[in-house]
Design a protein around this ligand. Sequence first.
Ligand code: HEM
Length: 216
Amino acid sequence: MKKQFFISLVIFLAVFAYAVIRYNVLKGTPWIDLPLFVSNKAISLSAVIFIALSYALGSLARFWPETILSVLTFRKFFGLLGFGLAAFHAAVSLLIFTPSYYPKFFLGGEKLNLTGELSLFFGVLAFFVFTLVAISSIPAVARAMERERWLAIQRFGYLGLVLVFFHVFVMGFEGWLRPAGWPGGLLPISLIAAVVIALALLLKIAATIFSKKRIG
Ligand code: HEM
């Protein structure tokens, strides 16, 4: 438990520092926006990293069973931590979801534009999917299910990752194409999240095609 906790803390602090440097230091976002607005960026990216890591460990174990087997038990910890952070992100986002914080999601008044509608649609769907996966991870629920059905629900998490990809793609795509506008040349957080998700999905595809052995 200590090891997982330490790894998670290092990842979270690195992501948090990145968000603070990109927004508060380089972009000039006011420091009063640190507790919710900027922290929310670090929380959402950490959620993606932990959930993707949880799935990636399963894929990696199919290539290097001996090496990965010892850390395979981390999967549940990372998955649930990621889900907890995603829940926190959803709550914080909804708390400050106003045109003054997120002008790019609004038409000009209080009404959402298409970017806002689509992005939130994918975010809410993704959260719903991860909730199902998290519920199936509760030991009593897992015990009551057939192994194959349980695995099918766990694999449902890949759909959640695809939905998060669309969640960040819709909101970030335009900015991804304008590197000149990136503060200090630092990649947008939405783009990093998309790349992390794409890597986890590619790893899963590679593991399915090139390795037949399922572990755990
Ligand atoms: C009810 C569900 C959700 C709502 C209402 C929601 C809301 C939002 C909002 C408003 C933003 C824009 C934040 C910003 O630009 O500062 C955002 C960005 C983001 N969301 Fe969500 N989200 C939800 C679910 C999720 C889930 C389940 C994940 C991942 C596990 C996720 C990951 C992200 C990421 C990585 C960003 C990019 C942050 C950035 O570019 O700064 N979201 N979300």
